[in-house]
Design a protein around this ligand. Sequence first.
Ligand SMILES: [Zn+2]
Length: 178
Amino acid sequence: MIEGILVDHAAAENMLKCTQQHRPLEAGGLVLGLRKGLYLHVTEITRPLPWDRQSSTRFQRSPKGHRIAALRRWRKSGGKMDWIGEWHSHPGFSLSPSSIDIRNWHDIVRQRKAEMIFPICDGRETAFYLQCWGDRGKFLLRQFEKDAVGTFYLTPAAIKRRLRETGNEAYGPTVELP
Ligand SMILES: [Zn+2]
């Protein structure tokens, strides 16, 4: 079970810029990074390619170019860099996933047999969803810490545990999505 993710600032910036550049069309791509035990480390994303289908309500990634980009990075990293998720934009609208998004995420995780993250970016901020493998649902991750390298997000369960450990309950309840 993944407890949290670290998102490099460069990758987060790239998603924001890409969303703004493609507005009003949706954009998206792969999320690449490292699996480190209980944590995922997001180091890179891919941007839309000519084979992808983009509209104002839909982004459909073609397998073609993104797979080549992912393979190239995987080789360069000595086999460490992994495909850890998929992102897409909702330019100027809700950060919540649509029913189509939710279905896609389930399919991807079932095929991949591993936990994956699915960021949605509206051009101003990004919501990071963790989709579990099996029937354990999905979680909106909460920002926990920020430093020079990146931002650290945790699952609601991990935050609850940390607050319990430090005896600090002042943050209020955490939200679990259906
Ligand atoms: Zn969507």
